[in-house]
Design a protein around this ligand. Structure first.
Ligand code: NDP
Ligand code: 8X3
Length: 253
């Protein structure tokens, strides 16, 4: 494929997805940026159109009809997606399993697992037709190690790990690259969502050590997509230096 790549990034309105969109744009990768917050999508499109071609799609990954309608609505010049960054996702709540909230559980499974599947299902056919493409699934250390109160969020990210492996096996016959990037603690809006807008609790998560910045993960995503096509970075765990495991963080306070 000699034409400029087109990357489809879910969760581009904030955090890792936003920084990935910005970095890709400066490297002239054409973009389809996705999320639910329209104003942010509009502003980002305006900002990044200085560097590259940008189209935005506003949809909720939980709504399968909306996912397929959005992908079907792409204009011809944005339809040939060669890079899919399955990034949209979040944790909802942090409770011992017996205190878990059913709505939180459903949101995590519907967004992190089913949403990722819907988007992949909508994007894969073109990659299969082209026998070319790269899918990056954003997992987590929570998909490698279960931690106290992580229960259902961890389950959703273990599912992403399994889906990543399954996709790599099944799409191998089409020459499509599939890999996961699994970050540890990254300072984004993630904890604000997890703690339902409690900014103090959210910022406590990142106190006393240097967490990863979303730019750090964006940089790695860009590295991964720019390897020669015969190189597939299949599974990567990326931690802040201060973090040794899901539960061991060297906090200076
Ligand atoms: P943010 O909360 O900053 O960003 C989450 C993004 O996902 C937003 O752009 C949001 O867009 C989008 N999103 C959430 N729900 C939906 C939905 N229902 N439909 C469409 N888009 C949705 O968090 P991060 O950048 O940290 O998270 C990105 C990914 O990284 C997630 O999969 C997360 O699990 C993973 N991760 C994060 C870590 C961290 O410590 N921050 C560590 C390991 C993994 P909008 O609200 O506009 O829809
Ligand atoms: C996000 C990192 O440790 O909060 O996936 O689960 S963690």
């Amino acid at each position: 494929m000699n034409e400029k790549p087109i990357a489809f990034i879910t969760g581009a309105t904030s955090g890792i997805g936003l920084e990935t969109a910005k970095l890709f744009a400066t490297h002239k990768i054409n973009l389809v940026i996705c999320g639910r917050r329209r104003q942010r999508l509009e502003a980002l499109k305006k900002e990044l159109s200085r560097y590259t071609k940008v189209f935005f799609l506003e949809f909720d990954v939980q709504d399968k009809n909306a996912v397929f309608e959005a992908v079907d609505s792409l204009p011809e010049e944005f339809s040939n997606i060669s890079i899919l960054i399955n990034n949209a996702g979040n944790a909802h709540g942090l409770h011992s399993i017996e205190d878990g909230d059913l709505d939180d559980w459903e949101a995590m499974m519907d967004i992190n697992v089913k949403g990722l599947l819907y988007v992949s299902k909508a994007i894969m056919p073109k990659m299969i037709e082209n026998k070319f493409g790269h899918i990056i699934n954003i997992g987590s250390i929570a998909g490698k190690e279960v931690y106290p109160k992580g229960n259902v969020y961890c389950a959703s990210k273990y599912a992403v790990d399994a889906i990543n492996q399954g996709m790599r096996i099944d799409l191998n016959k089409y020459g499509i690259r599939v890999g996961a990037i699994n970050p540890g603690l990254v300072e984004t809006e993630f904890s604000e969502v997890r703690f339902k807008g409690d900014k103090e609790k959210a910022s406590d998560t990142y106190e006393g050590y240097q967490p990863l910045r979303p730019e750090d993960i964006a940089d790695i995503i860009h590295f991964v997509v720019t390897r020669p096509y015969h190189v597939n970075i299949a599974d990567l765990l990326v931690l802040p230096t201060a973090q040794a495991s899901a539960t061991i963080v060297n906090k200076q306070k």
